[in-house]
Design a protein around this ligand. Structure first.
Ligand code: NDP
Length: 336
């Protein structure tokens, strides 16, 4: 069983040398356990936070342990009557080819039906990232039809689900993404009304705000923020009074770059609301959100792009790419 463990913690930006590939035997199963062979491993920005020590909303990943991560795979051995060999399952198997999971632990494994979409979607649009988009849109931004909403990292796993959900509610949906190709795809394939290429504005918030003004002539009512820093600054300049910002992620700062907010007075002047959230703390919304996301994916209204690295050894490089915007859509690793 090939595994990737956290070897040492990053000093500044994460690097390949923080990870180590090891090979171990899979242990014999105890009563209640199942052995899962992973087909896909999900790579997600939150993993970068777990590599650090220090206070956060979740505990740090221990050194020498397999990197945490969501997986879809197939049961290949079972000592649990609830799971049969061949069942497709979603779990937190981590960065490894096989995992031994206690099938009795609540929520440890979910059986997946053969849906009208690929199994990999359960790690993206019809999984945690999709629910994240749903929560921020529905519970924090709570838009009315006709509202203008903006999302950064627009073509990513969360951003692309956000677009489909916001369109379904009759919003004007504007994206911010890195590069002309991502922006073209956002408009032509994901149904964004407009998409702004942040790379054209070289960290210049006022120029980006001007472009946002053109894309949202009625101002911005809701912002789903994935990036932070100068991008959030620019959006705040264009927010309408009583606008809502769902603060989902600050990926521009995950590798240590400072992310100052240059004009917090705008929160007061525009009577805005900004609310951070962690999707795993809102398990009550998951069934409703997954139902809607599954229906959108099943009917083709949510057809997210995926970037798929091949083989476990490719995971660290693909993960660093995610933190630098080299992924185009949901980043996965295909294992077997
Ligand atoms: P994505 O698929 O969107 O991939 C990350 C994207 O972030 C990149 O493709 C890139 O897009 C953008 N990016 C990366 N580095 C930078 C940078 N330095 N400056 C600007 N943009 C950058 O990832 P996800 O959809 O999985 O996650 C999106 C966000 O949602 C993350 O911030 C993540 O932490 C957050 N999240 C939060 C959750 C919560 O519970 N609060 C749960 C899940 C995700 P581009 O090239 O277009 O700029």
């Amino acid at each position: 069983n090939q595994q990737i463990v956290l070897d040492n913690r990053p000093r500044g930006a994460a690097v390949l040398g923080n990870f180590r590939l090891v090979v171990t035997d899979t242990p014999a199963l105890a009563e209640g356990q199942v052995l899962v062979r992973h087909h896909y491993l999900s790579l997600d920005p939150y993993m970068r936070g777990r590599m650090n020590e220090g206070p956060s909303y979740a505990a740090a990943q221990a050194l020498g342990e397999v990197m945490i991560g969501g997986t879809v795979g197939e049961v290949v051995e079972s000592r649990n009557p609830q799971y049969a060999v061949g069942d497709k399952v979603l779990g937190m198997g981590g960065w490894q080819e096989y995992s031994v999971i206690d099938g009795k632990a609540p929520g440890a494994l979910r059986k997946l039906g053969a849906g009208p979409f690929p199994l990999s979607y359960y790690l993206g649009a019809v999984g945690m990232p999709g629910v994240t988009a749903w929560y921020g849109l529905v519970k924090i931004i709570a838009p009315k039809a006709g509202d203008s909403v903006v999302v950064s990292a627009a073509t990513g796993a969360v951003g692309s689900a956000f677009a489909a959900l916001a369109r379904a509610r009759g919003c004007r949906v504007v994206g911010i993404a890195g590069g002309a190709e991502k922006c073209r795809y956002a408009v032509q394939e994901l149904g964004f009304d407009a998409c702004i290429d942040h790379q054209r504005y070289g960290n210049e918030g006022k120029a980006l705000a001007q472009a946002l003004g053109q894309a949202c002539p009625q101002g911005i009512d809701g912002c789903f923020e994935n990036v932070g820093g100068w991008i959030l600054d620019a959006v705040m300049l264009r927010m309408n009074a009583f606008g809502r910002i769902a603060l989902c992620g600050l990926i521009a700062g995950y590798d240590g770059a400072p992310q100052p907010l240059s004009n917090p007075a705008l929160l007061l002047v525009k009577r805005m609301r900004i609310e951070g959230f962690i999707v795993s703390e809102h398990l009550e919304v998951w069934p409703e959100a997954l139902k809607e996301l599954g229906a959108l994916a099943g009917s083709g209204r949510l057809r997210p792009r995926e970037t798929i690295a091949q083989g476990l050894a490719a995971a660290p490089e693909a993960f660093l790419g995610l933190l630098q915007g080299r992924n185009f859509g949901k980043q996965l690793v295909q294992l077997i």
